[in-house]
Design a protein around this ligand. Sequence first.
Ligand SMILES: Cc1cc2nc3c(=O)[nH]c(=O)nc-3n(C[C@H](O)[C@H](O)[C@H](O)COP(=O)(O)O)c2cc1C
Length: 305
Amino acid sequence: MPDLSVELFGIRFKNPVWTASGTFGYGLEAQELYDISQLGAVVTKGISLKPRQGNEPPRIVETPCGMLNSIGLQNPGVEKFLTDIYPKIENVDTNFIVNVFGETEEEYLEVCLALESAGKIVAYELNVSCPNVKRGGMLFGHDPSLLGSLVSRIKGKVRKPVLVKLSPNVTDITEFARICVDNGADGLVLINTLLGMRIDVRRGKPFLARGMGGLSGPALLPVAVRMIWQVYEKLGDRVPLIGVGGISTWEDALEHIFAGACAVQVGTANFFDPFAPLKILKGLRSYMEEKGTERFSELVGRAHS
Ligand SMILES: Cc1cc2nc3c(=O)[nH]c(=O)nc-3n(C[C@H](O)[C@H](O)[C@H](O)COP(=O)(O)O)c2cc1C
């Protein structure tokens, strides 16, 4: 049997197939369909300090090969997460990573600090790339000095590993990746959604109440693979890269991995096939068996050599 386990930022993951923030809730709905402890990790919906209602509907629209969303980080807030949701996931036998969002540096920090003693949460994924909120989010991800300051502040105060989820809506993602690593990030997650818009020609208005939204799904695959490739070329193995964007099949996942991803997250595919993460895991295992690959790490970055 090939070994699909991965050790990243000092944490052992049973396999490299994780779910992407905002597309899998907290894993509770999927748990009714299958045993989610088969996954390498579950990344939660973005959690903020205070509860957020999210944006006005409509906030989702289909696109060719994907979808646009402008959910606006609807979530119950970190306190309610800890009292109402955390007890339900505490005994699930896999790692949980909390996707953290704040409007200010202080808010990001407070959310992380509130989660420090929650043993099931193995790492934080800082969402500095949400295109669907007025304050915070992308503001940090698009300003090199705000980004550097946020990462080093959080790193200086928390014990758990800090991953940064990067925005693709920048000219040169490698520059933002470097800033995160220089300021102590333990891992990089790329990419978040690509800013987009659709217009309803019957009404002569944008489909989404907020106008713009984030594009996700299969359309994103080549953009995400290109960005992982570029960041891997620039930073090599200075820090683990987690690939997300357009992954629906094991072959898509392998593109991310060959480009340099040490693990992958499955997002929008969960909406059209809730079993996609398991199928991807099975496909990767069969591929390794067929090729006689003993360790998953042998596959990472292979297309660069
Ligand atoms: C409905 C929806 C909600 C999302 N919510 C979040 C979120 O709360 N935090 C975050 O960092 N990314 C969020 N994302 C982005 C995904 O985690 C992922 O980065 C993106 O969708 C690209 O992957 P995919 O093409 O596999 O969906 C969301 C995406 C969708 C479609």
